[in-house]
Structures are given as structure tokens and as C-alpha cells.
Write a protein that binds this ligand. Structure first.
Ligand code: BG6
Length: 524
């Protein structure tokens, strides 16, 4: 439900607890009996993420007992072929150890309805299948539709579901649609998609998923900021020098040339995942943890981002595309040599931006964002760089040697939080050295946090939309990136590829931050 949601806050008292115990206490609620219908069931997302996440939820006893899954896929596949395929997916991608009984329980309730998404006949067959499942499993007519298809089908499927009456909520039963990204490819198409979706479903029935919001460490940004009293007073322009948000990947585009050519780094990562990291870092405390209260504050940050004029785009943004290089001893090709990529492609695989959040808390504090493929490390982090101490007492230690405090929110891998500060190096003379206070999820809680889909599927079944995008958020994101895309399109890049694989991106990105007297953190 979009309103009246109870708090989904993780509260941990002192002492060590296993993730399992913590999760248990947080996740006491189990959703209503329901059927999850996955459109695009033969695709990669279903295999790598959705089914394994359902397996993990089942393993933790977090799925309703009366539950079933219907896959919808083009082409011909039988129930048993589908189950075999999903058995492999559970073995390969679910978190071990997956209880074999649990896997069997889940696999036994998987069904497949083959068909073309444009064919109204498919929806009639689906309706009949769902009615039968309701009878067999007691799923009460509650359906969660997950659109794991190419985006060009989102509206079509929703409209067809609407026309078949499969989105109608009557009595106590609910119908929800989970939409994968990208939500449009610019402002207009995002608005058009929202209009189409809301012509057949209420906004509160629509769950726009961003798997970054399901990551434990991303949710922890809110817990860290608002569950502690000591950070908020310094979380502003008086104390913060700048913020760096990095989402670096070592992999290339993994055979997704067709999609990526249309998307590029700005649409693929910045407009959604990175803007959510920015929003959680910069938002004001919400008045409650009710879904819309939290989302209201997140969207305000996006509205507050100072719009970039065409001139600003030239100075405040940098794009890059990877060339060939050596990654972990292996030669990898350039982006332009990837399958289904044009040999003269202008698509960016790297983007860096300097943005300002125009409000009282953040005026004049630069937020440097960067993301790229084929960088030297897989690393997502938010670095809050504080201002230097105003005066140095330690005359022997040149001021430039004193490192300003740095708070590092490590999203992945090596999930945790660390604080860098100066300490006295032992010895008779006064010398300062930089040290780190470290919190590491795995050390403390014993288990590596989940990938994100578990939490989001669990929430969607419960109807909690706190961690999903709202239409206005999507539009606010597009408003920031569309002017950049317009200038980039009008002025094709002249020097692509402009960074070699396994390097930290184009030189212009270093210039972007170094002209302010700052540097990217490029950890080894
Ligand atoms: C997806 C992007 O949304 O996120 C991919 O489409 C990207 O290009 C992926 O690789 C990164 O997700 P994660 O969870 O591996 O950081």
C-alpha cells in the first residue's frame, strides 16, 4: 500500500546478531497468498535474479504458504522444461545452502503459459491458468505481475492485462505490476509510459523497481543517517566539502549490445541507480518511514538538482567509451567490437557529472558522480569528504599532509562503512597519521547482504512501495539527464574510444574534479 505502511526500519540493539536473527525480527510479516506472474520467464533476469531470489525467500520462510509462480514466455516450453530450467537457475544462483525440500516446494508450484505478449488469446489462457491455480493453491485472486521483458512490451502487457480484467481489484484481492527499468528513454516517453500504465492501474498498484534500492547497504544509508544522532548535525554544507558517488564495474556489456546501444551509461546507471544513491545521501529526514513520506523527501532532492544549461553540459559532464585493454591478464576488446554494437558507436560506457543540490543544506557543495564499465575495480561507494580542520596546532605537520575526514559508505563489494581520521603516530615527536575506523557487514553480521531482489520482491508481495520509484521521481531524474543527452547527441564525441579497458576512465573526468582542487578516490 502506498499509504499507511508500517515502519520497515531495521533496528539493531547493541551486541552481535546474525543476519538471520536480524532479518527474522525485521521480516516478521508474511504477505497474502498470491501468484507471481513473470512475463519474460525465459530471459536472463528470471534465471539469474528472480527465481534465485524467490528461492532465497522460500529458504527463509518469507513467502506465503499459499503461493505459485506462472512464467509467461514467447516460444514453446512445457511446464516441466520450465521447471528443469529453473532448477538449474536455483542451483547456480540461489545463495547456498538452499534446502532441497524448499527448492522442490518452489519448483512444484511453477507453471508456464507460452504465448506472444501482443496476443489477446494469451491473456485469456493466463486468466484460465490463474483461476485454476487459485482453486488448487488457495491464492485468493491476488496477482503480482512482474514485467521482466524488453521495455517495448511494458505498456502492451499492462494494457492487455487491463483489457482482460486481470488488473481489477475487487473485494480484498489485489493486483500489482512490477516494472523493470528503463522507465522510458527520456522525459516524454517516461510520461507516456506512466500515462499508459495508469490508464489501467492505479499508481499505488505500480511498482517501478530499482534493484539498488533493495541492496542492504543502500537501505542502510537511511538507517545510518536517521538512526543515529551524531551524524546529522554535520551532514551539511558547513562541514561537508564534497561528495563523490562512484559505481565502477569491471565487466563490459555482457552481450547486451542491442540494449546498451540505445541506453548508454547515463540512462543505464545515472538516471536511476545513482540518482537514488544521491537522493538517499542528500535527503531531509522524512516525517515517518511511511512509503510516501520517504519518497517525498527523495524526490525533493532530484527536484533541487540545479538544471544544466547546454554550456554547463560542456563543463560539468564528461562521457567516455572503453577501448581495448587487459583485464586480469586477459585481452578484452573495445566497446565498438562488442556484438550488436555499431563499429563507430557514439554510446557512452562512462559518465561523470558535477551536480549541485540547490537547497539550504547543500548549497555550493559539489556532488561528483561517475560510473563506467571496464574500470579497474568493481566498486560502488559514497564518499562524504569533510572540510579540513580549520586550524592546525601541529606546526611540524604541514597542513596539506593532514587528510580531511572521510566517511565512506561502501555499497559493494566489501560492504560496510568506514571513517578516516588523523591519529598520533606513537613516538616521542608529534606526528599524525591517517587511520580508519571500520564496520564491515560480513564481519559483524556473518553473512554477505543479499543482492536486492529478495527485499524488493518481499516488499512488493506485502504492498510496501517505500523502496520503489514513483512516477514523479522517474520524471525528475529524466529532467536532469535529458539536457545532457541533448547536448551529447548534438555534439557527437570526437575521440571515442577515449579510455582503455582497466583504467579509471577518460582524462577529462580527472580534469572535471581536479580543476576544483580535488581528486577522485581511485582505490587500488
Ligand atoms: C543494471 C544495469 O541495472 O545494473 C547494468 O543495467 C549494471 O548495466 C547493473 O551492470 C549493475 O548492478 P550491480 O547490482 O551489479 O551493481
Amino acid at each position: 500500500m502506498a499509504t499507511g505502511q508500517p515502519a520497515r526500519v531495521l533496528s539493531i540493539s547493541a551486541g552481535r546478531e546474525t543476519t538471520h536473527e536480524v532479518e527474522r525480527r525485521r521480516l516478521e510479516r508474511i504477505g497474502d497468498p498470491c501468484v507471481m506472474v513473470i512475463f519474460g520467464a525465459a530471459g536472463d533476469l528470471t534465471k539469474r535474479k528472480l527465481l534465485p531470489a524467490l528461492g532465497n525467500l522460500a529458504n527463509d520462510r518469507l513467502l506465503p504458504k499459499r503461493f505459485a509462480v506462472v512464467g509467461v514466455a514467447r516460444g514453446r516450453m512445457s511446464h516441466s522444461e520450465f521447471r528443469d530450467r529453473m532448477r538449474d537457475s536455483l542451483q547456480e544462483f540461489a545463495a547456498p545452502p538452499l534446502d532441497p525440500e524448499v527448492a522442490d516446494w518452489l519448483l512444484a508450484r511453477l507453471y508456464l503459459t507460452p504465448g506472444n505478449f501482443e496476443d489477446p488469446g494469451l491473456y485469456r489462457r493466463l486468466q484460465a491458468t490463474l483461476a485454476q491455480i487459485d482453486q488448487d493453491y488457495g491464492t485468493d485472486g491476488n496477482y503480482l505481475y512482474y514485467l521482466a521483458t524488453p521495455p517495448s512490451y511494458f505498456a502492451e502487457i499492462a494494457l492487455q492485462l487491463g483489457a482482460a480484467g486481470l488488473l481489477t481489484e475487487e473485494d480484498a484481492r489485489w493486483r500489482r505490476v512490477v516494472v523493470e527499468k528503463p522507465f522510458g528513454h527520456d522525459l516524454e516517453s517516461a510520461r507516456a509510459l506512466s500515462r499508459q500504465l495508469t490508464s489501467v492501474a492505479d499508481e499505488r498498484q505500480i511498482f517501478r523497481i530499482d534493484h539498488y534500492l533493495g541492496k542492504e547497504t543502500v537501505q542502510n544509508i537511511m538507517a545510518f543517517r536517521f538512526g543515529n544522532g551524531i551524524f546529522e548535525p554535520i551532514w551539511n554544507r558547513r562541514y561537508v566539502d564534497h561528495v563523490q558517488i562512484t559505481v565502477a564495474e569491471t565487466m563490459g556489456i555482457e552481450g547486451r549490445g542491442g540494449y546498451y546501444e540505445e541506453a548508454g551509461a547515463l540512462r543505464d546507471m545515472v538516471q536511476n541507480h545513482m540518482f537514488q544513491l544521491l537522493a538517499l545521501t542528500a535527503m531531509e529526514p522524512p516525517i515517518s518511514f511511511e512509503a510516501n513520506a520517504v519518497r517525498d523527501e527523495r524526490v525533493k532532492v532530484l527536484h533541487a538538482i540545479a538544471p544544466l544549461s547546454p554550456e554547463d553540459v560542456l563543463t560539468e559532464t564528461v562521457r567516455g567509451q572503453y577501448g581495448a585493454g587487459t583485464v586480469e591478464g586477459t585481452e578484452v576488446g573495445a566497446y565498438r567490437s562488442e556484438p550488436r554494437v555499431a563499429p563507430d558507436s557514439h554510446t557512452e560506457t562512462y559518465a561523470a557529472l558535477r551536480l549541485f543540490v540547490g537547497n539550504w543544506r547543500w548549497a555550493d557543495v559539489p556532488f561528483y558522480l561517475r560510473t563506467g564499465k571496464r574500470l579497474p575495480r568493481r566498486l560502488s561507494e559514497i564518499a562524504i569528504q569533510f572540510k579540513r580542520a580549520p586550524f592546525t596546532l601541529f606546526r611540524e605537520t604541514p597542513m596539506e599532509q593532514l587528510q580531511p575526514n572521510l566517511l565512506l559508505l561502501r555499497i559493494q563489494p566489501d560492504e560496510g562503512i568506514s571513517l578516516r581520521f588523523e591519529a598520533k603516530v606513537p613516538g616521542p615527536s608529534v606526528r599524525l597519521g591517517t587511520v580508519r575506523m571500520d564496520f564491515n557487514y560480513t564481519d559483524y553480521f556473518g553473512v554477505t547482504p543479499s543482492t536486492g531482489y529478495e527485499t524488493l520482491l518481499y516488499d512488493a508481495i506485502l504492498g510496501d512501495s517505500t523502496l520503489f520509484h514513483r512516477a514523479d521521481m522517474v520524471e525528475a531524474g529524466w529532467k536532469v539527464v535529458v539536457p545532457v543527452l541533448d547536448v551529447w547527441r548534438a555534439l557527437p564525441p570526437r575521440q571515442f574510444p577515449n579510455y582503455a579497458s582497466n583504467t579509471w576512465g577518460p582524462k577529462e573526468a580527472d580534469d572535471l574534479i581536479e580543476r576544483d582542487g580535488r581528486r577522485w578516490r581511485n582505490p587500488k
